[in-house]
Write a protein that binds this ligand. Structure first.
Ligand code: EPS
Length: 386
C-alpha cells in the first residue's frame, strides 16, 4: 500500500483536517511533535492579524493508539479559532446574510476562475478553500511523514534565500549552520544582515498596502539512492516532488538542483562526475543534479528551490470588475498576510516529506515499521556489495 493524503476544511470554517493512510503500524506518533511543526508554520515576520487569533494544535481522531500508528487512516483535526467569529458566515445550514457577497475578484487569486468553474456568485465559496489556511492540514500530515523518515535518518529542512529584491548571501554561511540559523531568524533566513533587510522590506510593503514573495530552499538529507523510478513518467521522483511543492498556494516555480541555471550551462559543467573508493563506495564531489538523476534519488542530498509570488490579497487592491454590475472596481480588500514565504518553506518541508515518505513506502513496503526497517536494511546491505 502506498501512502495517501487528503485535506479538508475551509479557512474560516470549523476546522482544517487531514487524513493520511498507509503509515506503517508501530510508528510513534505524538501530538506534541505535530504541534511543534504547526507552530513553526504559524511563525514568520510578515504574517497578518489572523495568526494572532490562531494557536494551532492537533487533535488525533483516529489511526493512533497509545502514541503508535495502527496502520489505519490517521485523521487529524486542527480547529480554526476564527470560526468562532464566523459561525453564521460559514454555517453549513442556510442562514440569511442580508445578501452580503464578495463580488470583486482579486487578480492572482482563485476568485474569478473559481466563480466561473463552480457557478457561484459569492467568491467566498472559492476563497475559503483556496486559502493557505489549508496548509495547516498538510503540515500535520507532513509531521507524521517526517517522523517516519527520521527512523531512516532522513531529514527535511528549509531556509529562505530571498524576499522581494533582498537576497541572502548563503555562500558566506557554514553549511552545517544554515538550518539552525534559519530557525533563529524571524524570516527563516540564515543570513542575519539579509534577514534584517527582509524585515524592513516587509514593513515598508505592509505600510504601503503591498505584499511580497520570495524564494526558499528545501533540503532532504540522507536519502538512499533509488527512490522514484525512471521507468514511468508518473513515478519520477523529481516530477512527484514538483507536483507536491507546486501545489502549495502561491508557489510558481520549483527547481531541482541547478534548476533554471541548467539552461545556460554546457554539458561539461552540468553534471556530477562519478568517483569510487572502497571506503565511500560511489561518490560525487558536486551536486548540480540536486540529488535526483533519471527520476531517482542518487544518494546525494535532494535540493529544491521554490519561488513564491507575492500574495494577491492587497490592502491597496488592484483593478478588477464587479461580477454583478460588470463595472470597473478595485478588487475586494480582505485581511491577509504581507509576506508568508517563511511559512511556505515550512509547508514545503511537509509536502516534500510526504512525497519522500510515499516513495519510501512504495519501494520498501511494510505494514509495520519493523518490516519496513528490515527491508531498508537489506537494500542498504545489497548496495554495499556493489
Ligand atoms: C490567507 C489569508 C489570511 C492568512 C491565511 C491565508 O487569512 P485571513 O483571510 O483569515 O486573514 O492568514 O493563512 C492562515 C490562516 C494560515 O493559517 O496560514 C489566504 O487567503 O490564503
Amino acid at each position: 500500500m502506498t501512502i495517501r493524503m487528503l485535506t479538508a476544511g475551509e479557512s474560516h470554517g470549523r476546522a482544517i483536517m487531514a487524513i493520511i493512510e498507509g503509515i506503517p503500524a508501530g510508528l510513534v506518533v505524538n501530538a506534541e511533535d505535530i504541534d511543534a511543526e504547526l507552530a513553526r508554520r504559524q511563525k514568520g515576520y510578515g504574517r497578518g492579524a489572523r495568526m494572532k487569533i490562531e494557536t494551532d494544535f492537533v487533535r488525533i481522531l483516529s489511526g493512533v493508539r497509545h502514541a503508535r500508528a495502527l496502520g489505519s487512516p490517521i485523521v487529524m483535526y486542527v480547529h480554526n479559532m476564527d470560526w468562532n467569529n464566523c459561525k453564521p458566515l460559514m454555517s453549513p445550514v442556510s442562514v440569511d446574510l442580508d445578501g452580503t457577497i464578495l463580488e470583486k475578484p482579486r487578480p492572482g487569486h482563485a476568485d474569478l476562475a473559481g466563480l466561473m468553474k463552480y457557478g457561484v456568485k459569492d467568491f467566498r465559496d472559492i476563497l475559503e478553500r483556496a486559502s493557505a489556511r489549508e496548509t495547516a492540514g498538510r503540515v500535520a500530515a507532513g509531521a507524521v511523514c517526517k517522523e517516519l523518515l527520521s527512523i531512516f535518518g532522513i531529514l527535511v529542512q528549509s531556509y529562505i534565500v530571498q524576499i522581494g529584491g533582498v537576497c541572502a548571501d548563503i555562500k558566506s554561511i557554514p553549511k552545517d549552520k544554515l538550518f539552525s540559523k534559519a530557525e533563529e531568524s524571524p524570516v527563516r533566513c540564515p543570513d542575519k544582515v539579509a534577514s534584517e533587510k527582509m524585515i524592513s522590506l516587509i514593513k515598508k510593503a505592509g505600510a504601503k498596502g503591498d505584499t511580497l514573495g520570495g524564494k526558499f530552499v528545501v533540503k532532504i538529507s540522507n536519502v538512499m539512492a533509488g527512490l522514484g523510478s525512471h521507468t514511468q513518467w508518473d513515478l519520477k521522483l523529481d516530477a512527484r516532488l514538483s507536483q507536491s511543492l507546486m501545489s502549495i498556494q502561491a508557489i510558481k516555480a520549483v527547481e531541482i538542483g541547478e534548476g533554471v541555471n541548467f539552461a545556460a550551462l554546457n554539458g561539461s559543467i552540468s553534471h556530477d562526475e562519478i568517483f569510487y573508493n572502497s571506503k565511500k563506495g560511489f561518490f560525487r564531489n558536486t551536486n548540480r543534479a540536486g540529488g535526483i538523476e533519471g527520476g531517482m534519488s542518487n544518494g546525494s542530498p535532494i535540493e529544491i528551490t521554490c519561488s513564491m509570488k507575492a500574495i494577491p490579497s492587497l490592502a491597496k487592491p488592484l483593478r478588477s470588475v464587479n461580477i454583478i454590475s460588470k463595472k470597473a472596481q478595485r478588487a475586494q480588500a480582505v485581511r491577509s498576510d504581507v509576506c508568508a514565504v517563511p511559512a511556505a518553506a515550512v509547508v514545503a518541508e511537509a509536502a516534500a516529506a510526504f512525497e519522500i515518505a510515499r516513495a519510501l513506502k512504495e519501494k520498501f513496503g511494510g505494514d509495520c515499521i519493523e518490516d519496513m526497517k528490515k527491508s531498508v536494511q537489506a537494500y542498504k546491505a545489497r548496495l554495499k556489495t556493489l
